[in-house]
Design a protein around this ligand. Structure first.
Ligand code: MN
Length: 410
């Protein structure tokens, strides 16, 4: 990050305490957890299109979905698995023989077998005892290993489960041959320091392993928590393009990749220059708009309006930009508005070869500010009404649902 000694980089001072795995195996969940974003549905063609770009960019593992969910889902996984992509194609399964059979039939080479671990999940959702979970888990790992699959074992809600049970469960599946162990912060309640403590304790209890984390963004800490895990040697971070996923979503691929490369100097092997293109593709296919202020891929992430900022940027981009937009395939935008200053105006006029004397510039600037301040917000309000109505009830509307019920004669 430091260019020509212009800025200090304190990441370098603590770098010795970090132990990044080499290589870091990016595990993309856009087609599975990302598709579980309320209202989102990907067709097999759409899944394939996204998977192709992910693979071309250098993503190592792509979770294509859960084949047992539906015939269409099974078809999607089959198509992604048969596409001959460079990435390893993974499909997910519960600890149920039929689920694992469906993955075996899909042609995926990797499987993620998941089962819940916390007491609240066991008691109210699975209605299973810890012993029942343990035997289902080991039986399932054995079934998948016997079929020659690369097996990742995931517990839902790992970090809210009794540690002794987590230890027993993971040691058991490890002994059964599970290749990768995934710790999931399913409801996003971890913070970086707590997670660091948790993961060190997890590693102390289970011993050497290829391990991975699945973080959620309920408190806005998915990226920070995933970075914490990587600093401690996690092999395989779960990510979703645009941070899609259940509720507030998962760790955004673009945030994690750029942080590793530009803050820590870690080589991810990913083609960062395609991050923006990928983001727009997923935005278009998912129908979930990216927030303007979203890091890396938000519309405003490389826009400047304030006079002081544009003046600084025009002199040296390091003043107000931590990275150059071109790195992620974007361009800087200078916005003319009420906060514009003279320097930005001079720069703008250069586009037409215009060089105006100072008094004219001052006059133009005053008119520009007055115009933007007086501008009607009507268009924006109409847009927001439409936008909110789309997202107040994503998925099937009540009207559609009750029509479906009536059509069935219920
Ligand atoms: Mn999840």
């Amino acid at each position: 990050m430091a260019d020509e000694g212009l800025v200090e980089n304190f990441h370098e001072h603590t770098a010795t305490r970090r132990h990044f795995a080499e290589p870091i195996v990016f595990w993309d969940e856009t087609l599975r957890d990302g598709e579980q974003t309320p209202g989102v549905h990907f067709s097999p063609e759409e899944k394939l299109r996204i998977a192709e770009v992910l693979s071309e960019m250098g993503i190592s593992v792509i979770n294509a979905g859960i084949p047992v969910v539906s015939e269409e889902e099974a078809e999607a996984v089959r198509r992604v698995a048969a596409a001959g992509l460079a990435a390893d194609i993974l499909a997910a399964a519960r600890t149920v023989p039929a689920d694992i059979d469906a993955v075996i039939r899909s042609g995926a080479t990797h499987i993620a077998i998941f089962v819940a671990a916390s007491n609240v999940h066991l008691k109210f959702k699975l209605k299973m005892s810890q012993d029942q979970v343990l035997s289902a888990a080991t039986r399932s790992v054995r079934q998948a290993k016997d079929a020659g699959l690369h097996v990742a074992f995931v517990t839902e809600d790992t970090v809210r489960a009794p540690f002794d049970f987590v230890e027993k469960l993971y040691l058991a599946v490890k002994a059964e041959g599970a290749d990768r162990l995934v710790v999931a912060d399913t409801v996003g309640i971890m913070t970086p320091l707590t997670f660091a403590w948790y993961l060190r304790e997890f590693l102390r209890r289970i011993g050497p392993a290829d391990w991975s984390v699945h973080c959620h963004n309920d408190f806005g800490m998915a990226t920070a928590n995933t970075l914490t895990a990587l600093e401690l040697g996690a092999t395989s971070p779960h990510v979703c393009v645009n941070g899609l996923g259940e509720r507030a979503g998962n760790t955004p691929l673009e945030e994690l990749a750029l942080s590793l490369e530009r803050l820590y100097g870690v080589r991810t092997g990913l083609d960062l220059s395609r991050l923006y293109e990928l983001s727009r593709l997923v935005e278009e296919i998912s129908g979930v708009p990216v927030s303007p202020t979203k890091a890396v891929v938000g519309y405003n992430a490389f826009s400047h309006e304030a006079g002081i900022h544009t003046h600084g940027i025009l002199a040296h981009t390091l003043t107000y930009e931590p990275v150059q937009p071109e790195i992620v395939g974007r361009q800087r935008r200078m916005i003319l508005g009420k906060h514009t200053g003279k320097a930005a105006l001079v720069e703008k006029l250069k586009e037409r070869g215009m060089d105006l004397p100072d008094p004219v510039l001052v006059d133009l600037l005053q008119r520009l500010k007055a115009t933007t301040e007086q501008r009607s917000k009507e268009d924006l309000e109409l847009f927001l009404v439409e936008y909110r109505s789309l997202f107040e009830q994503p998925g099937m509307s009540d009207k559609e649902f009750w029509k479906l019920v009536r059509e069935m004669g219920l």
